[in-house]
Design a protein around this ligand. Sequence first.
Ligand SMILES: *Cc1c(COP(=O)(O)O)cnc(C)c1O
Length: 224
Amino acid sequence: MSYSISQNLSNIQQRITDACLQNARSPQEVNLVAVSKFHPQAAVEAALKAGQRLFGENRVQEATAKFPALKEAYPDLQLHIIGGLQTNKAVEACRIANMIETLDRPSLADALEKASQKIGRLPDLLIQVNTGNEPQKYGIPKEEAEFFIESSLNRFGKKIRGLMCIPPEEENPIPHFHYLKSLAKKNNLPVISMGMSADFELAIQEGATLVRVGSAIFGNRPAS
Ligand SMILES: *Cc1c(COP(=O)(O)O)cnc(C)c1O
């Protein structure tokens, strides 16, 4: 397992570099978030041994079970929460995450503000935009995004680092990536999290600075 994880990682890193060079971008501008959800701690450890330091988890509970011990062994490990976040998990998320990529509604902003006051720590934040306006999906609806970005910047200042999206599965992702990039640019936000195993090269072409890759590194996810 560890052999293929390290092979997969160097393969993905090479593809990221190639995509950057093909689009006249510096490979330093694009960081790989290795998405380890549903995979065991041993898989994360294999990736750490291969030099990977930035990880993404969907669920706070799973992250809390897997990561504190690893963070002790690898103090430069960075953890991003990339799944929809319930307000009652805000305190735990603020404790464990270096970045929460999924701020998507005023009630969560309230909860994160309270949580950070309580524990004296606030991770960096991305605002998730529901670029496909899919009813079942997380993310602030497109037509509310500008106002939400502005009010979040007023509330959290520089902690708001950028934007994140997950395009609808059956659609061409390029218009979604393009939209997210222009929205980030308009608001002077440097971080753009978009692209997964199937489409991260297109996301890099459209301006991603974070790509979130799971199955292409860790293999298919075991059933949850
Ligand atoms: C699972 C997940 C990913 C990774 O998906 P893969 O297709 O396995 O690369 C990326 N982003 C989010 C938000 C996810 O939930």
